[in-house]
Design a protein around this ligand. Structure first.
Ligand SMILES: Nc1ncnc2c1ncn2[C@@H]1O[C@H](COP(=O)(O)OP(=O)(O)OP(=O)(O)O)[C@@H](O)[C@H]1O
Ligand SMILES: O=C(O)[C@H](O)COP(=O)(O)O
Length: 398
């Protein structure tokens, strides 16, 4: 793992202005934050810096306002949720640069916490413009990046600032990078990856990268159908990207060349309707009725997946094995999740998972707390699984 500085390297910071990039891009409904996980994840960094007497100045984006102020994307809507999580006062400035920011910072006492308005209200943020970055940098002495989930963006507040100020990884960034290193960087073997979800098309780069890194790749969910169809199996009315048959064959050939076992379903739970409680039956994968669709992998397949989880020392998971939102098609995902959780609890498995639906599925199975690490990142986690360099991480290690 590339070396980077952490908060352990930051001493004597009382009175210093620390610009902390956090990810406050949280779901909001009717003015209320409906999931504060991302805020909870950055709380330890904020508290630690504040306890050391730093003036903690939070930088974040919210939504995609495209370089201009948009009312319902104001971080003023999130400030009280940050206060609730921290149980400390959080001041707010109506702009992240210029007089509003400077005046608010001038009023700060040591240990105070200030949230600056959405960085994406300025065009310079996403363009990583030199003038805008310099304007942000003028408000700080030190830069801490605690937003792994925004580190795939080379923006002023996620990348540019590290060229202007001494740069450090916050506690969440540090934990995420350490967990990901255990997952794919330098993992204990065998490493098994489970990739599921709806479509192959959104995960081609990810699959191509994984077959080079893992010992076994379990393919489930809707995307398994594309692989099965590419092998000449009739998948009936199942979700299937027939035009990606060549891509699927290429991924399988790459896997063979790299010595990675591809584990495809050998049976499936099929139904005629995509709805909870729909009449269903379990069939062998080569006799899928032409008017039915596979909505979950079957029990024999789950047994195979669980055998691989038993053999594995490391598990990386993105995408559910079936349509887990509608019962009973959650069965395979729940079974594999619980088995992985049990192995993790007993210290025999390092388990790392990410992806919005994946995290929901693990919560649904009641085991999200038991995994070694659950990433709150969406795009950044996927790009990491694709083997891409994340600009916000790369710059910290320079
Ligand atoms: N056999 C199937 N047929 C149809 N849809 C399926 C099937 N198996 C899984 N899915 C769907 O795949 C979706 C989840 O896949 P996705 O790739 O989006 O997961 P993710 O990467 O964890 O989530 P996100 O994209 O939100 O980060 C779910 O909505 C689920 O219903
Ligand atoms: O929600 C996310 O995944 C991050 O906050 C990044 O947001 P973005 O996709 O709008 O850059």
């Amino acid at each position: 793992m590339p070396a980077f500085k952490t908060l352990d390297d930051l001493n004597h910071i009382a009175g210093k202005r620390v610009l902390v990039r956090v990810d406050l891009n949280v779901p909001v409904s009717e003015g209320r934050v409906t999931d504060a996980t991302r805020i909870e994840r950055v709380a330890s960094t904020i508290r630690e810096l504040s306890d050391k007497g730093a003036k903690v100045i939070l930088l974040a984006h919210f939504g995609r306002p495209k370089g201009q102020p948009v009312g319902d994307m104001s971080l003023s809507l999130i400030a009280s949720a940050v206060e609730d999580v921290l149980d400390r006062a959080v001041f707010f400035a109506t702009d992240c640069i210029g007089a509003p920011a400077e005046d608010a910072i001038a009023r700060m006492n040591n240990g105070d916490i200030l949230l600056l308005e959405n960085t994406r209200f300025h065009k310079g943020e996403e363009k990583n413009e030199a003038d805008f970055t310099a304007a942000l940098a003028r408000n700080g002495d030190i830069y801490v990046n605690d937003a792994f989930s925004a580190a795939h963006r080379a923006h002023a507040s996620t990348e540019g600032l590290a060229h202007h100020l001494p740069a450090y990884a916050g506690r969440t960034m540090q934990a995420e990078l350490e967990a990901l290193e255990k997952g794919l960087g330098n993992p204990s073997r065998p490493v098994v990856a489970i990739v599921g979800g709806a479509k192959v098309s959104t995960k081609i780069d990810l699959l191509m990268n994984l077959v080079k890194k893992v010992d076994a790749l379990v393919i489930g969910g809707g995307m398994a159908n594309t692989f099965l169809a590419a092998q000449g199996i009739d998948v009936g009315k199942s979700l299937c990207e027939h035009d990606l048959a060549d891509t699927a064959r290429k991924i399988m050939a790459e896997a063979e060349g790299a010595g990675c076992s591809i584990i495809l379903p050998v049976d499936g739970v099929v139904a005629r309707e995509f709805k909870a409680g729909a009449a269903n039956e379990t069939v062998a994968i080569d006799v899928i009725p032409s008017d039915a669709m596979v909505l979950d992998v079957g029990p024999r397949s789950v047994e195979k997946v669980n055998d691989w989880i038993t053999k594995a020392q490391t598990l990386v998971w993105n995408g559910p094995l079936g349509a887990f939102e509608i019962e009973p098609f959650d069965a395979a995902t729940v079974s594999a999740a619980r088995h992985a959780a049990e192995r993790t609890r007993s210290g025999q498995l390092v388990s790392v998972a990410g992806g919005g639906d994946t995290v929901s599925a693990l919560h649904h199975a009641g085991v999200a707390e038991d995994f070694t690490y659950i990433s709150t990142a969406g795009g950044a986690f996927l790009e990491w699984m694709e083997g891409k360099e994340l600009p916000g991480v790369a710059v910290l290690s320079k």
